[in-house]
Design a protein around this ligand. Sequence first.
Ligand SMILES: CC(C)(COP(=O)(O)OP(=O)(O)OC[C@H]1O[C@@H](n2cnc3c(N)ncnc32)[C@H](O)[C@@H]1OP(=O)(O)O)[C@@H](O)C(=O)NCCC(=O)NCCS
Length: 144
Amino acid sequence: MSLEFRFLGRDDPLREQARELRFRVLREPLGFSRAEVTVEGENDSILLAALEEGRVVACVMFTPHTAERGQLRQMAVHPSRQGTGVGRVLVRQLEQAAAAQGFEEIELHARDHAVGFYEKLGYAREGAPFIELGIEHVLMRKRW
Ligand SMILES: CC(C)(COP(=O)(O)OP(=O)(O)OC[C@H]1O[C@@H](n2cnc3c(N)ncnc32)[C@H](O)[C@@H]1OP(=O)(O)O)[C@@H](O)C(=O)NCCC(=O)NCCS
């Protein structure tokens, strides 16, 4: 599998593919319609995509909160590519880009079933689980 990683600017036509992937992987299974999907702060966020033969197979978003800290959001890997290491490389690439821009810390809201994935990447749980989008999440954080 030959993967290319690319930051998608605001006008990049691949953004639409990334949006559809996020809808299919993250929101449709929870019963949301496309019309109900809004992602706050999307225009102020960095969007990183993994491409295979020009198609978006995974994507993740980073939203700055302060000059040192931001939030990893909307992490989605196409079902046919899950468990093949794409997610790990995508997060690593995002961390490197964030560090290069002076960020020192990433936080995220992990879905219950994805906590183990983020733990493997060095993120630590913080506080009690909470409900977001109707399902259990955990706040996780990594500092470097
Ligand atoms: C969760 C998700 C992002 C992980 O990405 P992925 O590409 O499937 O994961 P990788 O193949 O890179 O896995 C990296 C490591 O994490 C482990 N891992 C992957 N998913 C895991 C999970 N849900 N729980 C525990 N460990 C997991 C892998 O076994 C691998 O371990 P290894 O280093 O021992 O080999 C992806 O499966 C996905 O998009 N799931 C559906 C949407 C979702 O839940 N997004 C996260 C919302 S917070």
